[in-house]
Ligand binder design. Structure first.
Ligand code: AVI
Length: 330
């Protein structure tokens, strides 16, 4: 997928008025590309975030369960590789559960630990901060910001002694195209100092059948998640997409090693998006490409980290998922 802002990932501006303006601006750009596209970061309004949480519970979507299983099993090994930490930074705070597992695993810190949660969703931040409030000797600081902005803010604060660990979990890296992923990882690296570490979660290539079930589940939750993008455009930008006129489609693109999600137009329709000031006709069979989820082989994840200036420390694999620990060399 061509990205106008390749580093932005799931993150977006937090100011409501400017958020709407850049949403309208992005629509005017992406919907006129061939093939038509929409950036996946716009999935995550309140309903989209709730639908994503539901996806994580689906028996056909293994990502969340596999990663949690690895953290439950290997947290003490992971912590064992790390010098004493003063700082943990989680990009995309989730529920705080995975971070809690790691901190519970043992002597992650010799003194007080500062945890920075970076997310654009206030609901996710509040839930994670609440989940972590039970921890002793831990200060939790929330940054409602895009990833890059949060990292820059954190890097500008005095840190004291101890190392930093960045968590980028949930295969969120898979929603970046390869050049965007490499640039994003290099950005993380430049916000760290020598000896700091990164724990990266990547979903692995598996059979086409398993991948398509994960992104086109029998309950239709992923289809609702995909079509909610049109609901959001209709509501926020005064659009008139006919929801019934679009079908959810997931495709495994083996050459590019990615699952693509599309919204396929079932019948020719004229669409107006008033607040974005444009209209267009979509022909039957034409589609809007809404997401790419890149899948990796264990070596790909390691090589991507090395190319971005990290040294791989260890890797844990199970359930079709990999956690890779890397450190920033000098
Ligand atoms: C957030 N991200 C890693 C999910 C993924 O698997 O690409 C989003 C998602 N899309 C459909 N299902 C889940």
């Amino acid at each position: 997928m061509r990205e106008k802002h390749p580093l932005s990932g799931r993150a977006t501006s937090i100011d409501l008025a400017s958020e709407r303006a850049s949403f309208a601006d992005d629509l005017g750009y992406y919907l006129t590309l061939q093939p038509r596209q929409l950036p996946s970061r716009y999935f995550y309004d309140a309903l989209g975030s709730a639908l994503f949480e539901a996806i994580c519970q689906l028996p056909w979507y293994p990502v969340t369960r596999a990663e949690k299983g690895l953290l439950e099993r290997y947290s003490s090994d992971i912590v064992g590789h790390l010098d004493p930490l003063s700082t943990v930074i989680e990009l995309g705070s989730g529920s705080g559960e995975k971070l809690g597992l790691l901190i519970d695993a043992g002597r992650i810190s010799q003194a007080r630990l500062t945890v920075h949660l970076v997310d654009v969703s206030p609901t996710a931040l509040a839930a994670a901060a609440d989940a972590l409030s039970r921890l002793d000797a831990t200060t939790v600081i929330m940054h409602r910001a895009p990833y890059e902005e949060g990292l820059a803010r954190i890097a500008s604060r005095p840190r004291g002694g101890g190392r930093a660990l960045v968590l980028f979990l949930g295969s969120n890296i898979g929603n970046f195209d390869p050049p965007g992923a490499a640039a994003f990882l290099r950005g993380i690296r430049s916000s760290l100092t020598a000896g700091d570490a990164l724990l990266l979660g990547t979903d692995l290539v598996k059979s086409e059948r398993e991948l398509l079930l994960a992104y086109d589940d029998p309950l239709g939750v992923t289809a609702a998640f995909n079509r909610n993008l049109l609901v959001r455009i209709n509501r926020e930008l005064d659009g008139d997409f006919d929801l019934d006129g679009f079908a959810h489609r997931a495709i495994w693109n083996a050459d590019q090693s990615r699952v693509e999600m599309h919204l396929v137009c079932r019948r020719t329709q004229h669409v107006t998006v008033r607040a974005a000031g444009f209209d267009f006709t979509m022909a039957e069979g034409e589609s809007i490409w809404t997401e790419s989820s890149y899948k990796y082989r264990p070596d790909d994840a390691r090589a991507m980290l090395v190319r971005s200036g990290f040294e791989v420390v260890d890797q844990w694999i199970d359930g079709g998922f990999a956690l890779t620990l890397a450190s920033r060399s000098a």
